[in-house]
Write a protein that binds this ligand. Structure first.
Ligand SMILES: NC(=O)C1=CN([C@@H]2O[C@H](COP(=O)(O)OP(=O)(O)OC[C@H]3O[C@@H](n4cnc5c(N)ncnc54)[C@H](O)[C@@H]3O)[C@@H](O)[C@H]2O)[C@@H](O)CC1
Ligand SMILES: Nc1ncnc2c1ncn2[C@@H]1O[C@H](COP(=O)(O)OP(=O)(O)O)[C@@H](O)[C@H]1O
Ligand SMILES: [K+]
Length: 484
């Protein structure tokens, strides 16, 4: 955003006009959201975030609220647009230390925004603690002060916990990545008239995961098509007592629109599958899995869900790569490659299909190690670059990243999606979309979004078994979004 701000004047927008609209948007949210908040305390910092706070103070006072600005530092040190905004504020201004929280109904947090470069300390840190402890609603300008907008993590111990965050132009990763998403409260994105040229010019590589990004890349069923032209997915099953995960993957692949799905495994496992399945085909595959993949035109494969970290699984994976299939690697594959990311990359490099890795944080750490300094976005990008695969790093804020650095961050998964087997469904969805011809980044991003929507459609009480049946509703929502 700093680069967008810097490009704004050249694109024809004055900083002062943008600040006026930014502060105005904050004031409007407070006025509409808290009609009964009579006394408002604005915590203003030394930069442009504070400038937005001065504008909001003026607009709210004009609307009849009692407003006090508590300023960090002195007025004379303010510069540029912030100095102009402060000069136009004729109401009461006091020092930040000992700001009178107890006499107020609501706090506007305009201490630091995009310019925060180090942990908040001293009087500002005390004010952040007091604001959080006050129990008052807090409306943060741009980002909760203390949060790093690029990573979603607080820069130090002091960080505002907001009820509402009003941000401008575009969401930043920190609004969506955890714990930032929780610290922001509800997020409102306000249009402040930033010229599109200034935004487009920076060539953003990380996007909020939305159908508009990938919808056009998902092939629609064609009138000339037949089941195999809609993609054939093969799922490698676990043994007799571990069949559920592969079944969930297979059902999700079929629901995603793949024309045919076959589960392959040992005879005893197939008997278990047969007791539950109708449309999914079954095939014994102790020795001829490789042959099956090539002869039956299998386009995408899922290996890993409850497969067991065994020689058998490793062989099935290698053969799928060598057969040139698209491959989704999940679950036990990450145990097979624990601490061996370069061996995984070497295997992936041998294939001609696309590969998506779908680890949760624990599985990710097992293969790629732990890096406490990097954000989730950076970690997923680094793993994608290292492995040569698209990496789908799961969680409340699932990130999909490609080796060339493109990335999506999802915000539509409800917390009750964290239920046993949900990840197996996701792997199958991803394989189903790959089999139909979607490129890996789009297939993985679409799978994540559809997975979240399917869960929301079911609601609380969700179990993974419900998810495949809710995929048609998720697809319907996708079309609805794409249409308007
Ligand atoms: N320039 C633009 O186009 C727009 C900018 N806007 C606002 O401008 C904000 C960014 O403004 P700035 O770049 O001035 O940055 P901030 O206002 O976030 O903070 C920068 C100031 O804080 C100081 N500072 C940084 N870390 C500190 C710390 N830990 N302790 C004490 N002081 C610290 C810096 O030295 C600088 O004086 C955005 O978040 C947004 O609120 C909006 O007005 C919309 C338009
Ligand atoms: N707090 C959360 N909010 C929303 N979704 C979550 C949360 N935690 C996990 N998930 C999602 O739940 C799914 C769980 O998958 P996974 O961990 O692989 O479980 P399993 O192996 O049992 O299938 C993933 O899609 C993940 O993104
Ligand atoms: K702020």
């Amino acid at each position: 955003m700093t680069r967008v701000d810097a490009a704004a004047p050249a694109a024809g927008a004055s900083g002062s006009a943008l600040m006026e609209r930014a502060g105005g948007a904050v004031a409007a949210e407070v006025a509409n959201g808290w009609p009964d908040a009579r006394r408002i305390l604005v915590l203003a910092g030394p930069g442009n975030n504070g400038g937005d706070g001065f504008v909001a103070a003026r607009k709210l006072a004009e609307a009849g609220r009692e407003v006090l600005v508590a300023l960090l530092g002195d007025r004379e040190s303010l510069k540029g647009d912030a100095a102009v905004a402060a000069a136009r504020w004729t109401g009461e201004t006091g020092p930040l230390p000992n700001a009178p929280f107890e006499a107020c109904d609501l706090v506007i947090d305009a201490l630091f925004g995009a310019g925060l470069g180090r942990p908040i300390e001293g009087a500002a840190a005390d004010a952040v603690s007091a604001a959080n402890a006050s129990g008052l609603p807090i409306v943060s300008v741009d980002v909760p002060s203390g949060l790093d907008g690029a990573t979603g993590r607080p820069l130090g111990d002091a960080c505002v916990r907001a009820s509402l965050t009003v941000t401008f132009v575009r969401l930043k990763p920190g609004h969506v990545l955890t714990p930032g998403r929780s610290l922001c409260g509800r997020v409102v994105l306000a249009d402040i008239g930033m010229p599109e040229d200034a935004v487009a010019g920076i060539g953003a590589r990380a996007f909020l995961n939305r159908p508009a990004l990938w919808r056009d890349q998902l092939p629609a069923p064609s009138i000339e098509g037949h089941k195999y032209s809609r993609g054939h997915v093969a799922v490698w099953s676990g043994p007799e007592l571990s069949t559920g995960a592969a079944r969930l993957s297979a059902l999700a692949a079929l629901r995603s629109g793949a024309g045919a799905v076959t589960l392959l495994g040992q005879r005893a496992a197939l008997k278990e599958h047969a007791a539950h399945l109708t449309a999914v085909m079954l095939r014994e595959a102790e020795n001829d899995w490789a042959e099956f993949l090539t002869q039956r035109r299998v386009s995408a494969v899922v290996v890993g869900p409850a497969a067991g970290p065994t020689e058998r699984t490793a062989k099935a994976l290698t053969e799928a790569i060598e057969a040139g299939c698209h491959v989704v690697m999940d679950a036990d594959v990450f145990s097979l490659f624990a601490g061996r990311p370069d061996d995984l990359a070497a295997l992936i490099a041998r294939g001609s299909g696309q590969v998506a890795l779908t680890p949760h944080e624990g599985e990710f750490a097992r293969v790629f190690g732990v890096d406490k300094t990097a954000s989730k976005l950076e970690r997923a990008r680094a793993a994608a670059a290292r492995s040569g695969a698209t990496v789908l790093l799961k969680g409340a804020d699932t990130v999909v990243a490609t080796p060339d650095g493109r990335a999506t961050v999802a915000d539509n998964a409800p917390p009750y999606l964290a239920t046993a087997g949900a990840g197996d469904v996701l792997a199958g969805l991803c394989a189903g979309l790959l089999a139909q011809g979607a490129p890996a980044f789009e297939a993985a991003s679409a799978a994540v979004w559809l997975h979240g929507e399917a869960a929301t459609a079911v609601g609380r009480g969700l179990i993974a078994d419900d998810l495949p049946g809710a995929i048609p509703e998720a697809l319907r929502r996708m079309e609805e979004r794409a249409a308007g």
